[in-house]
Design a protein around this ligand. Structure first.
Ligand code: NAD
Length: 420
């Protein structure tokens, strides 16, 4: 495939699908990996992550042929558009990619490019691993109890983006339809109104929950918790929960048990190798993540709940500077940190690149390079626990050495070399 303004690095090979059914990848030892540095602090954290991932690949006998692709402000400069076809095609063709943050204007202007990318590639699962690294300051007493992976649905719910602005003809038509045709009386107050629609499908729910259960089984996790607000939104969030239990029952046989079955059939003693599926109401879950952290493992939830929940969980292990993510679907993955473009810190060589680096770690795991992924995690932990940190962590710890983004990346690379 040829691209308009970017070239494929000559030294790299393309990743392909080894198995159509399972989506298993065939990964060469020198894959081409597209990277978007992103807006704002993307120009700081992008190169730092590349440097660390290169070191981990090299230390494990591999190499990454980076293919720089563009979105957001860099793409506007080069292509005159926010999300060029080159970028989408490169990720589609090369299957596994990584990106930094992209700015979204609030209220007006273009819709989120992050959402557009996930939608165009149908990366339906946003997976956020939340685990504690020794030495990271935390607001809770036992941060080491946190070890969760959140599967957040990426295409429906508020991300479907079906909404109409107050004062438009469209919103008045929707109001009239809802009131006159659907018999919804005396509920929408008179005067200006904005209306949104929240679709939750059986298809979207089941493929997300399947991804979460498969992950739990493959990684020896004890449970998958379906987080929903089905007590209030019965036909959307309640349906998500019901479809989750239905899927577990239909597709997994004795490998997956409900919480009721665990107690009724096994007296609470979980058989080895099984996964328990349970559910919690979203508001309760935001308490439980603080008070009963160790009871939870893999979380499967819809888009908006997943956004709130994963940020709350991330706060316990060091917050936005740390929290990694990866979007997955159809044998493709796009790693990205949870944080945004933090424009006021852009280009200052100051912010914490850990979230972008650990997103890269998720990407290495996805490639099946577990040894390189573990090396990244261990080297980041070693660096932070020795007191070498960026400004955000430095102001929360006693002593320690405050490093610039690039110095912090250098320190991690040194630790990779020592640990390898
Ligand atoms: P943000 O995550 O960019 O920044 C909020 C604050 O968190 C910053 O002011 C900073 O104090 C801290 N922070 C974030 N990343 C950090 C890092 N790596 N190291 C240290 N501190 C860090 O959130 P925002 O201000 O709400 O959003 C700014 C822009 O980013 C918006 O346009 C938003 O739409 C976009 N955004 C993009 C993504 C994405 O690309 N996936 C995600 C969230 C927000």
């Amino acid at each position: 495939m040829s691209y308009d303004k970017v070239t494929v690095p000559e030294e790299g090979e393309a990743i392909s699908l080894a198995d159509e059914e399972t989506g298993e990848l065939d990964v060469p030892s020198n894959p081409v990996i597209p990277i978007i540095h992103g807006d704002g602090i993307g120009s700081d954290v992008g190169p730092a992550a590349q440097q660390v991932l290169d070191a981990a690949a090299e230390a494990t006998g591999r190499s990454i042929a980076w293919m720089r692709v563009y979105a957001g402000s860099a793409a506007r400069d080069m292509y005159g558009e926010n999300l060029p076809e080159d970028t989408v095609s490169a990720i589609r063709e090369h299957r596994v990619a990584i990106k930094g943050p992209l700015t979204t204007p609030v209220g007006a202007g273009f819709r989120s490019l992050n959402v557009a990318l996930r939608k165009r590639l149908d990366l339906y699962a946003n997976v956020r691993a939340t685990y504690y690294l020794d030495g990271v300051p935390s607001p809770v007493t036992n941060p080491e109890a946190m070890d969760m992976v959140t599967f957040r649905e990426n295409t429906e719910d508020v991300y479907a983006g079906i909404e109409w602005e107050s004062g438009t003809d469209e919103v008045e038509q929707v109001r009239e339809f809802v009131e006159a045709e659907m018999g919804v009386d005396d509920i929408i107050h008179d005067g200006p109104v904005g209306i949104g629609i929240k679709p939750i499908t059986e298809f979207g729910s089941k493929r997300l929950i399947r991804e979460a259960i498969d992950y739990a089984l493959a990684n020896d996790r004890d449970s998958v918790t379906l987080v929903h607000k089905g007590n209030i939104m019965k036909f959307t969030e309640g349906a998500f929960r019901d479809w989750g239990y239905e899927l577990a029952d239909e597709e997994y046989g004795e490998d997956v048990l409900s919480e009721d079955a665990l107690w009724e059939e096994h007296d609470g003693d979980q058989p080895d190798g099984t996964v328990v599926v349970k559910d919690r109401i979203a508001d309760n879950m935001l308490q439980q993540v603080l008070t009963r952290t160790e009871d939870y493992d893999v979380i499967a939830t819809m888009n908006l709940n997943g956004d709130y929940f994963s940020d709350a969980a991330g706060a316990q292990i060091g917050g936005l500077g740390i929290a990694p993510g990866i979007n997955r679907g159809h044998g493709r993955a796009l790693a990205e940190p949870v944080h945004g473009s933090a424009p006021k810190y852009a280009g200052q060589d100051k912010v914490n690149p850990t979230a972008m680096i650990l997103s890269g770690r998720e990407m290495l795991e996805y490639l099946g390079w577990s040894d390189a992924a573990d090396l990244v995690r261990d080297a980041v932990e070693e660096t932070i626990s020795s007191g070498k940190v960026t400004y955000d962590l430095h102001r929360q710890i006693e002593g320690g050495e405050k490093l610039a983004t690039s110095e912090f990346a250098d320190a991690i690379v040194e630790n990779i070399d020592e640990l390898a």
